[in-house]
Design a protein around this ligand. Structure first.
Ligand SMILES: NC(=O)c1ccc[n+]([C@@H]2O[C@H](COP(=O)([O-])OP(=O)(O)OC[C@H]3O[C@@H](n4cnc5c(N)ncnc54)[C@H](O)[C@@H]3O)[C@@H](O)[C@H]2O)c1
Length: 353
């Protein structure tokens, strides 16, 4: 294999054309984008022309016949299982967008196909690449916050009814705000805390938008981590974009980390800590001056999606395990399904895989 990993893209709609392909072209040096495919031929051609990609097509078979090392799959959820299996059988390494699949059974078929083909698979949980999330993880795992007590992750946007939108069709998207945005939040909380979620409780409702099918626009989730900490994940399709804070809040016995705007597609946001390493006793007056302890982190953001391509290309070249695995994708499905089950049954659910 040459030093440059040759890539193809399956599905060049929203996220691929808005983030992954531009970042690929701007900042990835160890890989080359040689072909794009979309079910809509005009879209494939337009993207190829816009980004100077030599080959485009509207057929999966044609794309998989190209001399590619890897493919990035960014199609609607209902295509992921079949396309991952086809790409694996064609011997391509695979970077698959979240959610990995609609069911655990699909995930297992994808796993078997990747193992049989001996190819590498990476899950596209790009938000682990935000520089502030990396900082938060480093601080939490170094013990700077003491024993972790609670983590909250919010991701919200305004998403009104749109005719034909696959996310608004329960048969295609398998859910709404939770499966679409909550899976990022659940993943980064587990990753930052270094602890898996074992128990969940969730409310899901369609409060505002009259989608054509019963897809929730409001999802609030409570979780318990294996290390005992609690968590809250909140995802809404019905809060104006300008009002959403996309908050990350992490609390432990020695302090807190507070982020805003880090949970999203931009590699930006801000993060500060309030740390109190020494126990000070009970403050009966409950007067809180946090200014002396507040530390703001000012870090340079790097495109989240280009980093995925860069990292996975390196793993392929060096023959190493990707940092976000198929098992992580499968676990995320189990987690999200447990939260939906909790909503339906109105009780807490243990996460089983
Ligand atoms: N990681 C992130 O931050 C992030 C953000 C947005 C979307 N996503 C994920 O990316 C995937 C795509 O989402 P999107 O918002 O780009 O959707 P989209 O609807 O904007 O784009 C999907 C594209 O896939 C094409 N397509 C449909 N069926 C196809 C098929 N069988 N073969 C090839 N192309 C096909 C469509 O024509 C369209 O161009 C989803 O899994 C979604 O959850 C991830």
């Amino acid at each position: 294999m040459s030093d440059t990993i040759k890539w193809g893209v399956i599905g060049c709609g929203g996220i691929a054309a808005r983030r992954t392909i531009p970042e690929f072209k701007q900042r990835v040096s160890n890989a080359e984008l040689v072909s794009v495919m979309d079910a809509d031929p005009a879209r494939a051609e337009a993207v190829a022309r816009q980004f100077g990609i030599p080959h485009w097509c509207a057929s999966e078979k044609e794309l998989l016949r190209q001399p590619l090392d890897a493919v990035y799959i960014a199609t609607p959820l209902n295509h992921h299982c079949r396309q991952v299996i086809a790409a694996a059988r064609a011997g391509k390494h695979i970077l698959c967008e979240k959610p990995m699949a609609g069911t655990l059974r699909e995930a297992d078929r994808m796993d078997a196909a990747c193992r049989d083909a001996g190819i590498r698979f990476m899950m596209g949980f790009c938000m682990r690449n935000n520089v502030y999330h990396k900082k938060a993880r480093e601080l939490v795992q170094s013990g700077a916050l003491g024993r972790m007590v609670m983590g909250r992750a919010e991701l919200t946007c305004w998403y009104p009814p749109i005719p034909g939108a696959w996310r608004q069709d329960i048969a295609l998207g398998r859910g709404g705000a939770l499966i679409d945005m909550g899976n990022h939040c659940l993943d980064i909380l587990e990753w930052i805390l270094g602890s898996r979620i074992t128990e969940v409780a969730g409310f899901q409702d369609q409060l505002v938008h009259a989608y054509a099918t019963p897809v929730e626009d409001t999802a609030t989730t409570l979780v318990r981590f294996d290390n005992g900490a609690h968590g809250i994940v909140d995802n809404y399709f019905n809060v104006p974009d300008a009002a959403a804070r996309n908050s990350l809040e992490l609390y432990g016995t020695k302090g807190a980390l507070i982020g805003q705007g880090t949970i999203g597609q931009d590699p930006t946001g801000n993060l500060y800590s309030i740390l109190q390493p020494e126990e000070t006793g009970y403050n009966a007056a409950q007067v809180r001056d946090v200014a002396p302890q507040r530390q703001d982190y000012r870090l340079e953001g790097i495109g989240l999606y280009g980093q995925m391509i860069d990292t996975f290309s390196r793993c392929i070249r060096e023959g190493t395990e990707p940092p976000v695995t198929l098992a992580d994708g499968r676990h995320s499905i189990a987690l999200v399904q447990a939260v939906y089950q909790s909503g339906r049954k109105r009780k807490t659910i243990s996460v089983r895989e």
